[in-house]
Write a protein that binds this ligand. Structure first.
Ligand SMILES: NC(=O)c1ccc[n+]([C@@H]2O[C@H](COP(=O)([O-])OP(=O)(O)OC[C@H]3O[C@@H](n4cnc5c(N)ncnc54)[C@H](O)[C@@H]3O)[C@@H](O)[C@H]2O)c1
Ligand SMILES: [Zn+2]
Ligand SMILES: [Zn+2]
Length: 407
């Protein structure tokens, strides 16, 4: 079968690989009908999330049809349409039972303290082969897989695999209450769902920070008040727009590849931080492998945190859903401490939220496809990765179609 395979930092290819086989009683083989590219995949290819094993199939977003399953699977049948949660949980350990599926004690073969198990990730997350493929093995499929009703199409369902639940999780961690003012940093696919989720939770005002015009436009279409960090200083703008108070809640939907400002009011204030950011980048990605315009690590890993802790109101809450590897050591803890901020963060417990969000899509409360801007055959994935990596105009969320193998 065809799949997108990681060969090294800056080196991904479409390969012919063996089809997955059942290995455990609760395994399910899913024939994928939809997959997608996530900002997390970009961190892996840029090398800002290290430890990928060459040969690992990439991708952690998938929708498909149940093809076969082990003897321990009692709730699925062949032909069921399902959405695959990006993170893997066993459903019976104390963490899964409390809803912390991404902190499952049993899913990660590296042990209970190794961290979140997910598809298509670094060695210490499994490794599990990913979902940018024609088929995939889903461990604990009896727990993770959520059946899809006919009226929810693949284009809607693929956004339930990772990014809608993650945006929702970001809004939950931020403890958004009706009326709150909220700043969402990053208007990529995850940021767009954080904006949507903040609105669903009744936020009074939502500010969206980025610099890519088409992404800011999409946030504006959702009703967010946009701040271009290459024009405005986000901290000054957030204060000016809130009577000098700052926002009640902030969501970091950017992650380790954050950039610092180069122009405008924020760019002018950048100088004292330049050396700090350069050292951070060197620690995080000692051997980057840029290729022309592609695979450049972000140049300001802790920039969003620096802006968020200052743009928040006193006693505000920062929710971090952008991804940071364990090699990142800096956080503006002093400012956060002085201002009595609450910090919450983590990997999304996808399985916890998918049924509820599926209900919102089914009933028409949300149409997540407004964020889906591209659909390409799996065989065009490398070009799609390149365009998504450079945040090409109009490219927000890219669906890959594993059933179409030619352009
Ligand atoms: N916690 C989880 O479970 C989880 C799940 C899915 C994705 N993620 C993470 O969420 C993050 C976002 O994912 P995505 O697919 O939207 O990625 P993306 O790369 O498409 O989007 C990131 C956006 O941030 C913007 N940006 C860069 N520097 C910025 C800054 N200083 N201030 C404001 N915006 C800035 C970029 O222009 C871009 O639009 C990634 O780190 C990804 O790994 C986490
Ligand atoms: Zn993801
Ligand atoms: Zn578990």
């Amino acid at each position: 079968m065809r799949a997108v395979v990681f060969h090294g930092v800056g080196d991904i290819r479409i390969d012919d690989v063996d089809e997955p086989k059942l290995r455990a009683a609760t395994d399910v083989i899913v024939r994928l009908t939809s997959s997608a590219i996530c900002g997390t995949d970009l961190h892996l290819v840029r090398g800002t999330m290290q430890g990928m094993k060459p040969g690992t199939i990439l991708g952690h977003e998938g929708v498909g049809v149940v093809e076969s399953f082990g003897s321990g699977v009692r709730n699925l049948k062949e032909g069921d349409r399902v959405v695959i949660p990006s993170t893997i949980g066993c459903g019976v350990c104390s963490y899964c039972r409390a809803g912390y599926f991404s902190q499952c004690d049993r899913a990660n073969p590296n042990g209970p303290l190794a961290g979140t198990a997910f598809f298509g990730g670094p060695a210490d997350t499994g490794p599990f082969d990913g979902l940018q493929a024609e088929k995939a093995r889903v461990p604990f499929g009896n727990v993770g897989l959520v059946k899809l009703p006919d009226e929810v199409c693949d284009e809607q369902a693929i956004l339930l695999s990772d990014i809608f639940p993650t945006g929702w999780f970001g809004a939950e961690l931020a403890e958004i209450k009706p009326g709150n003012t909220v700043a969402v940093f990053g208007c990529g696919p995850v940021g767009q769902f954080a904006v949507a989720s903040a609105k669903l939770k009744g936020a009074g005002r939502v500010f969206a920070v980025d610099t890519v015009p088409s992404r800011l436009d999409m946030a504006r279409t959702q009703g967010a008040e946009v701040i271009d960090y290459e024009e405005d200083d986000p901290v000054e703008a957030l204060r000016e727009l809130t009577l000098g108070i700052g926002v009640d809640r902030a969501v970091d939907a950017v992650g380790v590849d954050a950039n610092h400002a180069h122009d405008g009011r924020a760019g002018a204030k950048m100088k004292p931080l330049r050396k700090h950011f350069r050292q951070e980048v060197e620690e995080i990605v000692p051997r980057p492998s840029p290729d022309g315009d592609n695979w450049h690590p972000g140049d300001g890993p802790s920039q969003v945190h620096i802006w968020a802790v200052e743009g928040l109101a006193k006693a505000g809450t920062l929710s971090i859903i952008g991804l940071y590897p364990s090699s990142v050591r800096s956080f503006p803890i002093g400012v956060a401490m002085t201002r009595n901020l609450t910090l919450k963060m983590g990997n999304c417990d996808h399985r916890r939220y998918i049924p509820q969000l599926l209900g919102m899509i089914r009933s028409g409360v949300v149409d997540p496809t407004e964020i889906l801007t591209q659909r390409h055959p799996l065989t065009s994935a490398i070009e799609a990765y390149r365009a998504f990596d450079t945040r090409a105009p109009g490219w927000v969320k890219v669906e890959l179609d594993p059933t179409r193998l030619a352009a």
